[in-house]
Design a binder for this molecule. Structure first.
Ligand code: PLP
Length: 418
């Protein structure tokens, strides 16, 4: 159980999973003749009515382009778009809203840092460290920029449990390390990384730290100032918001010093054929028409989350994982992959005698949605010596009955696979 969820044992929880579930219209349906059991939340979360309504309201009443109109609708759209930025800033405790850059998601956030910060800060002989646990989104952009700059991308070893090997990490650290980029929580195994300690050690050798918050943001409170990370990025769609919108947060001095990533309208101050000058933060990094409805939908998702008992929600999710592990222990041949010291509500598993994708199909026939495969983490799968896994990832609206259904589904699959 996380520190955050442990706190709830001292308080009276107002968290009620059934009323939360009722807020998500998509969950009230049958799939393949069974009530939908949606356990693919690490891939994307479902959207509460409030988010759907905010997006619909925007298109019905306020739709216009932002920052450039001299008419009422454009003023309204701009006000709502910029207040969404303020909402994100408050949610992650950013010192200023201009440090919140809209991106499409974590993938673009990391690419922005790799290409803008990386190109202007990495030299031949420098190193970028990423744990063996990483999603491809936190490997490939660094590979590209390291190849271009003559720098080296070095994987940080992990233990069989799926935890980062902190001794090996300490040994890799020296003044040639310029960036440590890692996920806050692993999408494949649920490992909650000890980011505070990693940031402290990385800063001690002068390295910057980028945290990929894709899997953390919906489950734990994120305070970028308390973390003291240099960059933090997350995707709206994993936080009950729309796809195509996400956030890159950075320390202001770093963002100010970084060159633009994409060029075009909005990000400039002046343009002439002899050269261009660039806008201030955050606009310097926001070329072109942004995903206005996405930002408004994300703000609605944040407002939704701020309206529920998040400590109670975290305790509920921790309970779901504990309950899963207890039930799974009674099924012969069901193997949990990874056993991190601290785990988010993600259960990665294999069933003896079956391929994860066949298992996924059989579960789907029973209305149970899990993800199967390599979870965009091929190096991790190779390191663990598995072809992939099946993954059940829980969210605030999942119930104990959902876990029961998963176990019934696995037992049924086991009997079919023999
Ligand atoms: N990083 C992690 C840990 C993820 O889980 C994901 C998505 O699954 C990503 C990065 C990429 O996120 P997106 O596809 O929203 O850019």
């Amino acid at each position: 159980m996380s520190e955050f969820s442990q706190k709830q044992s001292n308080t009276v929880s107002s968290f009620d999973v059934h009323s939360i579930k009722a807020d998500f219209p998509i969950l009230q349906q049958q799939v393949n003749g069974h009530p939908l059991v949606y356990l693919d939340n690490a891939a994307t979360t479902q959207k509460p009515e409030m988010v759907i309504e905010a997006i619909s309201h925007y298109y019905r009443h306020d739709n216009a382009n932002v920052h450039r109109g001299s008419h009422t609708l454009s003023d309204r759209a701009t006000a709502r778009f910029e207040s969404a930025r303020d909402a994100v800033a408050g949610f992650i405790n950013s010192p200023a809203s201009c440090q919140v850059i809209w991106v499409r998601g974590v993938t673009e956030g990391i690419n922005l840092v790799a290409h803008s910060w990386g190109r202007s800060n990495l030299q031949a002989g420098d190193k970028v460290l990423v744990p063996w646990l990483e999603h491809h989104a936190d490997i490939v952009p660094w590979q590209l920029v390291c190849a271009e700059r003559g720098a080296e991308l070095v994987p940080i070893p992990i233990l069989d449990s799926g935890d980062i090997d902190l001794d090996a990490f300490a040994e890799l650290l020296d003044e040639r390390v310029k960036m440590v980029a890692l996920n806050h929580v692993s999408n494949a195994l649920g490992t909650v990384n000890p980011v505070a300690e990693i940031i402290r050690q990385a800063h001690a050798v002068g390295a910057k730290v980028l945290l990929d918050g894709a899997q953390a943001i919906a489950h734990y409170p994120v305070d970028v100032q308390a973390l003291d990370c240099d960059f933090y990025t997350f995707s709206g769609h994993k936080l009950f918001g729309p796809t195509g919108i996400g956030v890159l947060w950075g320390k202001q001095a770093l963002l100010d010093a970084m060159p633009p990533f994409l060029g075009g309208g909005e990000m400039i101050q002046t343009v002439s054929f002899s050269g261009s000058t660039f806008n201030c933060l955050p606009f310097k990094f926001e070329a072109g028409t942004p995903h206005i409805a996405g930002a408004i939908g994300l703000a609605a998702a944040i407002s939704y989350l701020q309206g529920i008992d998040r400590v109670g929600a975290a305790a509920h999710e921790a309970m779901l994982l504990d309950y899963t592990l207890a039930l799974a222990a009674d099924i012969d041949g069901l193997q949990r992959i990874g056993a991190p010291r601290q785990a988010a509500s993600i259960f990665s598993f294999l069933l003896a005698g079956s391929h994860p994708s066949d298992l996924g199909m059989l579960l789907d026939q029973q209305g149970i949605a899990v993800r199967t495969g390599q979870h965009c983490a091929q190096p991790l799968m190779a390191r663990l010596g598995v072809p992939g896994t099946a993954r059940a990832s829980y969210s605030i609206y999942n119930t104990r009955e959902d876990v029961d259904a998963l176990m019934v589904g696995i037992r049924k699959a086991k009997s079919l696979f023999g």
